[in-house]
Design a protein around this ligand. Structure first.
Ligand SMILES: *Cc1c(COP(=O)(O)O)cnc(C)c1O
Length: 399
């Protein structure tokens, strides 16, 4: 799965280009930088590779989500519908904008259930934010239809599904805006970084300024830029962008390895009666960074997890239901509205209300779900060996 596994000469070369000039900032210093513009180059590669009209790099995926929301005009009191299974960054970004995260059930796609989304719409709903978890996608057609009917914004959190597609289009380029994360464990990495992609020029122009203190980037130099609106510093550095530039050139290779390893592993697991797989709305678009499978019951799933632990092969197999980071069940800080600074009264109420929400449908899915992370460094022999061991553990645990 993560690009850091295949870090090497190419990354060092790109970073060295920046170290030669010492210009670590992405804007300005036109003379001393001697034509080295790694951030601009990476943005242009992202547009080309993913078919997005515009791309704005940021300092993280969280910053990308925050920037996208600002540029789309999502703020105080607006409700953003998002799934109960995601990474904490999705609701952190919503809260930081003064908006209200409305967490709803997932379905067997492991992403937003369109029915749950419909049921959660209120006059305050402004945006639907599908999160394409673990390398595969939400039912974007159904969600787009809901957005059209209710005049809502579609913002894709594609941070975990770089290289995935839906009906031929790259995930993250289908909604009004979409984001990737390039943090250290994502499919391609900058060390830290992220990007906002959009096909709307105004969303891009706003994102560009918002990530750099509101600078319009139209002056003859930085000092002459105007500030048409407030912004923050969510800039990426040239060193980080340089790493990403080397990584994006390897993406197709990463995806080919993921697909091969994923399919071999699957061929072992699918022989076990009672095991089923995650629903992928467009199977051709899976990025294959994870193989996600279901067992017949929570009890059997826990038994399998115990058996994997005992065999010493639990690493890389994620039981999200019991995980502190990805599922609402363990987000006590969120459900207790534990903020260092005062949240608005309506934000606090929405968070406390989560304690009483019913996530039975999601619990039912997540309690039987295991995701296996697909490594880029496994040899073919190793994948077969892993598959065979997993097969034996499953056969024993389920008999
Ligand atoms: C990683 C991730 C993010 C945020 O990325 P950072 O770059 O770590 O801030 C957002 N959403 C999801 C689903 C992620 O997995």
């Amino acid at each position: 799965m993560p690009g850091f596994e295949l870090f090497g000469e190419e990354e060092r070369k790109e970073v060295n280009d920046v170290l030669e000039t010492g210009i670590l900032m992405r804007y300005g210093f036109d003379g001393p930088r001697k034509g080295i513009w790694k951030s601009k180059e990476l943005e242009s590669e992202i547009c080309k590779r993913f078919g997005s009209s515009y791309a704005q790099l940021t300092s993280s995926g969280t910053a990308a989500l925050t920037t996208a929301m600002a540029a789309l005009g999502i703020g105080a009191g607006d409700e953003v519908i998002m799934p109960a299974f995601t990474f904490v960054a999705s609701f952190e970004a919503v809260l930081s904008m003064g908006a209200i995260p409305v967490l709803v059930d997932i379905d067997k796609t492991l992403t937003l259930s369109p029915d749950a989304v419909r049921a959660a719409i209120t006059p305050k709903t402004k945006c639907i934010m599908p999160v394409h978890m673990c390398g595969s996608m939400a039912d974007l057609e159904a969600l787009q239809t809901i957005c059209n009917e209710h005049k809502l914004i579609l913002l894709e959190d594609a941070c975990q599904s770089i290289g995935g597609t839906y009906k031929g289009k790259a995930l993250g380029t289908i909604g009004d805006a979409g984001t990737f994360s390039f943090d250290f464990v994502k499919t391609i990495t900058c060390g830290e970084g992220g990007v906002v992609m959009t096909n709307h020029k105004d969303v891009y122009v706003k994102s560009d300024a918002f990530t750099d203190h509101g600078h319009d980037h139209l002056g003859v130099d930085r000092g002459a830029d105007l500030h048409p609106f407030l912004g923050y510093n969510f800039r990426i550095s040239e060193l980080h962008a340089a790493v990403g530039l080397a990584q994006i050139k390897k993406l197709d290779n990463f995806l080919a390895i993921q697909k091969k390893n994923n399919q071999i592993l699957r061929s072992y697991i699918e022989q076990i009666p009672g095991v089923s797989f995650r629903l992928v709305p467009d199977p051709a678009g899976d990025s294959y960074s994870f193989l996600t499978w279901f067992l017949p019951s929570q009890m059997k799933t826990e038994k399998v997890i115990e058996a994997l632990k005992k065999e010493g092969i639990l690493a890389g197999n994620f039981y999200w239901y019991a995980n502190n980071w990805h599922y609402i069940r363990k987000w006590d800080h969120l459900k207790n509205s534990k903020s260092l600074y005062p949240l608005s009264a309506e934000q606090q109420k929405a968070l406390i209300d989560l304690q009483h929400n019913n996530f039975e449908k999601s619990d039912d899915i997540m309690s039987k779900c295991i995701s296996t992370a697909i490594s880029l460094t496994w040899t073919e022999d190793q994948v077969h060996e892993k598959g065979a061991r997993l097969f034996l553990v499953l056969q024993q645990a389920l008999s």
